[in-house]
Write a protein that binds this ligand. Structure first.
Ligand code: ZN
Length: 113
């Protein structure tokens, strides 16, 4: 499969990292390191299934971990790790965006009957 330069349109083989005609880097072709650890989902704090702030649930959703083990390890690290688990939890709480509401706030949802 050929790739095309985004700046001059020259076609190259897909191993090329730079355009042979103008020298522009080829987008997506060996530019930057290949991600090793790609989350299956975005790292967000879900509204469903949370216990405190949704940090453990969000991590387990994103990486496919069992939420029970995430919580157990968090609690153990909090107790035996000199508070490292608590610090990590608070950091995740601050940096992880909360899952957006499905509906704009204030939207009236009639009860199902
Ligand atoms: Zn080019």
């Amino acid at each position: 499969m050929a790739v095309f330069c985004s700046s001059c349109g020259n076609s190259m083989n897909d191993q090329a990292r730079f355009c042979s005609a103008c020298g522009a880097p080829i987008a997506g072709a060996g530019v930057g390191p290949t991600p090793i650890f790609t989350p299956a989902a975005r790292l967000i704090r879900p509204r469903a299934g949370r216990q405190i702030a949704g940090v453990c649930q969000g991590l387990s959703n994103a990486y496919g971990w069992d939420v029970t083990w995430v919580r157990v390890i968090t609690v153990l690290v909090s107790i035996f790790g000199g508070g490292a688990g608590v610090v990590a939890y608070v950091v995740f709480w601050v940096v992880m965006p909360e899952e957006p509401l499905a509906l704009p706030s204030g939207t009236y949802v009639p009860p199902a009957s």
